[in-house]
Design a protein around this ligand. Structure first.
Ligand code: HPA
Ligand code: ZN
Length: 328
């Protein structure tokens, strides 16, 4: 079915094969003997155990063409899954800290997004994420570096190690981004408590919550998310691999939909978590017993939750309805 993807870290789409190819192209040593050895290191116990290997993998990205190749590979994969619109996170601090220029990162990613529209009719936009384990001062400096390229990204997000780094740590820089007219999102309630979701909404004033699955521990918060139609970008295979839920069968995606929330399904870091978007749908549906009406709702939610202009949203929901009518 046609759908949007709203929670994908482009550095998390870097497959082991491409890590090895880029390491060779850029003459960078990596501490793994083979693609298989690298892939077998992907055994995570929590968010931090994943982030350590995810940042190490990104160290092979140096040239504009490397960023293009990474994004192009993801976009080709997304198009094959019938993703018709995608909003892609990138972590500039992971690259600028290694001496890679902001222009190198953004020019490569943006060119791949433009080509996706031409090649597959797939619209792709970029969201710049601040790393929350770094300081707010560092986030401000990153924003300053990116502002000359502001036509190349539409929004601002917040990712990396959640526990101990509550949203309010970034109150001032998000206020500045809001004044500048960026769309705002933040990871909250992946491993962190419902309080982090409240402060992402009330302090950062984000329009969408990334993950947000811990919201089911707070009935008042569920009411707030439903009332204000604040979307959650849920990532089931990520939650399974990082042990947010003991197994996929216990995932609360169905409960979130039942509570009337604008929940969506997304791949997060597909090269690390064992599946792109369709795989997230099929594995989650097989494990939890969700069915076709839920699939329709999740795809419709993905368009509602997106930052596409309203009239284009309507057209995409129309395409979705036409797709489901074929099965009536
Ligand atoms: N959570 C926080 N930071 C991240 C993630 C995630 O799931 N993926 C990449 N960076
Ligand atoms: Zn994420």
């Amino acid at each position: 079915m046609p759908k949007a993807e709203l929670h994908i870290h482009i550095e998390g789409s870097l497959e082991p094969e491409l890590i090895f190819a880029l390491a060779q192209r850029n003459q960078i040593a990596i501490p793994y003997a083979s693609v298989e050895a690298l892939r077998s290191a992907y055994a995570f116990t929590n968010l931090q155990s994943f982030l350590d290997i995810y940042y190490a993998g990104a160290s092979v990205l140096l040239q504009e063409q490397d960023f293009y190749d990474m994004a192009h590979a993801y976009l080709a994969r997304a198009a094959a899954d019938n993703v018709v619109h995608t909003e892609i996170f990138f972590d500039p601090q992971t690259h600028t800290a290694r001496g890679v220029a902001m222009e190198t990162v953004l020019h490569g990613l943006h060119r791949a997004c433009m080509d996706a529209q031409k090649m597959w009719g797939l619209s792709a936009v970029l969201i710049l994420c601040f790393l929350r384990h770094l300081s707010e001062e560092d986030a401000f400096a990153t924003l300053e570096q990116a502002l000359p390229l502001r036509d190349k990204f539409i929004g601002i997000g917040l990712d990396s190690s959640e526990l101990g780094h509550p949203p309010e740590k970034f109150a001032r820089v998000f206020a500045r981004c809001r004044a500048l007219g960026f769309r705002l999102v933040a990871h909250a309630g992946e491993e962190g408590p419902p309080a982090y979701i409240w402060s992402a909404l009330d302090v950062l004033k984000v329009e969408r919550i990334d993950h947000g699955v811990q919201s089911t521990h707070d009935p008042l918060l569920l009411q707030r998310l439903a009332r204000d139609r604040i979307p959650l970008t849920v990532c089931p295979l990520s939650n399974q691999k990082l042990r947010v839920f003991p197994d996929l069968a216990q995932h609360n995606l169905g409960a979130l939909l039942d509570a009337g929330l604008v929940a969506t399904v997304n791949s997060d870091d597909p090269a690390y978590f064992g599946g792109y978007l369709n795989e997230n749908f099929t594995q989650t549906f097989a494990a939890t017993g969700l069915g076709a009406p839920h699939a329709y709702q999740l795809a419709a939610n993905s368009f509602e939750a997106s930052f596409i202009p309203a009239e284009q949203k309507q057209a995409l929901v129309g395409r979705l309805q036409a797709y489901f009518l074929k099965f009536e």
